[in-house]
Design a protein around this ligand. Sequence first.
Ligand SMILES: [Zn+2]
Length: 130
Amino acid sequence: MTFKKTPFEYEEIQPMWGSLPERFMPVWNIYTRNFYISSYVCPECGRLMAKTVFPSDYSFQTTDGAKKVPRIFVCGNCQTFHIPSPGYKLSSNNGYYYKAKDYDEFEKLVKELDNAGSTTGRRNTLYNEG
Ligand SMILES: [Zn+2]
């Protein structure tokens, strides 16, 4: 899996339970322990993405070489993975993305990331973004 430079512009919303419009509801059909709702909407379908935070930076292969990042955002509807550039927010729009080839690959990757991830925010990164 090689992440490509993102062509997308990312947008954050403030999700509030009980008042989250149906069109933002994340799609998430895989049992995970360490993914939770993020404040970023998927640039393709407009639903909220799930995120996990890595206790130590996780390395992803990109078209610009390996990039170590503190968190990843995932759309369960589009089966896409989105990472910020190291030291930037996702909304800096200079990160990378990867679209799973099929559902099996998506599920396998989500489970790998779930094992590596955590729900505990990190204080030692430049941005503790939602
Ligand atoms: Zn999507």
